[in-house]
Design a protein around this ligand. Structure first.
Ligand code: GLU
Length: 473
């Protein structure tokens, strides 16, 4: 049984890199019919942020990443919040001490590191040399202590699915702290204990953890536990080549949603930030992603977060959305922006649906409905449509006469009138439709063509605008 876990620290927002990790963990679990677990890593009390755990729950919900076990839904391997598992870490740390793989360290903060020949500061193992009696005495006297991992000599080798074979000389590793003086475990210790006890088979995390992985492996070995499959994910950069951060904007899921991106579009986009299918497909539902996802196709080059591409994807999601779902999103915006009575807002929703990247673009697309904008006759000149000032005025005049006589006013009937005028005058379609479209919208682009605009604006308003066009020449 494949078991993956998302193990965020509650920092108050969901960094895009973390969301991608969660997504890939979810996809691997679903792909192999395994389980996806949520674990809250809150042992660093100094980083606690009020309400941060709810942000994690809500983000995963909004993103559609339903977990099978977690703090709020339970499961057989709980508790799923690290601060509720403190006894467990203590017990395992003491087990390591008794096996000679870890030791008590009583050094005060300032003594905890001592300079040696190595390039970086490393703890000098002062307390490792304490005799059992001395340790007992200090413990009995209630001296504060930390528990440190004893890094053995030699090298540590492991395989990462993305970064390949990695070998580290243990000299480079410090006797890291497992249990802090306040009794809390460090992340470096707790993650190993929990991943083992929760039977996690695949560990995915950012590549910033790559250098710590040998220390985790030494812990697994000290306990004689099976080491999970490691999948470290490359950094996500912005287009300037900097690490994506909340500070620099669009670093978090919340920021992107606030900018008007749809959760599904963001998920689809970040699935491709480091992974690609064998073909060129780019639009995937979450289920399709789960079916297609292949952890062997992850890329180790840093991914570049391209907001233009995400914007394109957002437009695709709007365009392909079920029309009723789109209406639910668009109607409130439309009824805020269109005050003219009698306009069929549902019809307008259908017109703008394939034309937007963001809902906030809607008002600018439909503003001509309430009020014809000021425009100049230049707008009638269109090379491709073969229109100029003279033939445009002609078309407007013929259309005005024919349309005034029309009794049953609709998109269809006005279309028929305009098309038969085209035939009668022996002109190109565009030479009639472009001037009408221009007169009715007063803009170089509109969300629909001439006849649809007639239908939308009604007879009286349409004729008023066509006459206004004629006056303009
Ligand atoms: N709590 C760590 C973080 O939020 C998780 C790293 C991991 O997945 O092991 O960065």
């Amino acid at each position: 049984m494949i078991r993956t876990r998302f193990a965020p620290s509650p920092t108050g927002y969901m960094h895009i890199g973390n969301l991608r990790t969660a997504l890939y963990e979810y996809l691997i679990a679903r792909h192999y019919n395994g389980k996806f677990i949520l674990r809250i890593e809150d042992t660093d009390q100094s980083r606690q942020v009020e309400g941060a755990v709810d942000i994690i729950f809500n983000t995963l919900k909004t993103a559609g990443l339903q977990y099978d076990e977690g703090p709020d839904i339970g499961g057989d391997f709980g508790p799923y919040t690290q601060s509720e598992r403190l006894d467990i870490y203590k017990k395992f740390a003491e087990e390591l001490v008794s096996k000679g793989k870890a030791y008590y360290c009583f050094c005060k903060n300032k003594d905890r590191r001592s300079h040696d020949q190595s390039a970086h500061e490393k703890y000098g193992r002062t307390c490792y040399r304490l005799k059992p009696d001395e340790i007992k005495l200090k413990l009995n006297a209630g001296e504060t202590y930390v528990i440190r991992q004893l890094i053995p000599e030699g090298e540590t080798r492991f395989l990462d699915l993305v970064y390949g074979d990695i070998t580290i000389n243990n000299d480079e590793l410090e006797d890291q702290i497992l249990i802090k003086s306040d009794g809390m475990p460090t992340y470096n210790f707790a993650n190993v204990i929990d991943d083992h006890l929760m039977e996690i088979t695949h560990v995915l995390r950012g590549s910033e953890y790559l250098s710590s992985t040998p220390k985790y492996n030494l812990l697994y070995e000290a306990f004689c536990w099976r080491i999970p499959v490691y999948i470290h994910l490359p950094l996500i950069m912005n287009e300037q080549g900097e690490k994506l951060s909340k500070r620099k904007g669009h670093g978090s899921f919340e920021d992107l949603l606030a900018m008007g991106f749809l959760p599904q579009a963001v998920i689809n986009y970040i699935a491709l930030l480091g992974w690609s299918p064998a073909d060129n497909q780019e639009i995937f539902s979450l289920d399709e992603l789960a079916e297609r996802f292949d952890e062997n196709r992850l890329n180790k080059a840093p991914s570049v977060f391209d907001i233009t591409k995400l914007t394109w994807m957002n437009a695709q999601y709007f365009a392909n959305m079920n029309p009723d779902d789109f209406k639910d999103l668009a109607l409130p915006v439309l009824s805020d922006s269109i005050k003219t009575v009698g306009v069929d807002l549902e019809l307008v929703a259908g017109m703008v649906q394939p034309r937007i990247s963001f809902l906030r673009e809607i008002p600018g697309l439909v503003d001509f409905i309430d009020a014809l904008p000021e425009y100049t006759s230049d707008l009638y000149i269109h090379k491709k449509m073969k229109t100029n000032l003279e033939n445009s005025m002609e078309s407007l005049k013929f259309a005005e006469t024919a349309l005034s006589k029309l009794e049953e006013w609709s998109t269809e009937s006005t279309h028929n009138v305009l098309v038969s005028l085209v035939k009668q005058l022996g002109i190109k379609n565009g030479q009639m439709l472009w001037p009408i479209r221009t007169a009715l919208s007063g803009k170089p682009t509109s969300p629909c063509g001439a006849a649809e605009l007639c239908g939308l604006l009604g007879k009286e308003e349409s004729l008023r605008r066509i006459r206004k066009g004629i006056q303009l020449f």
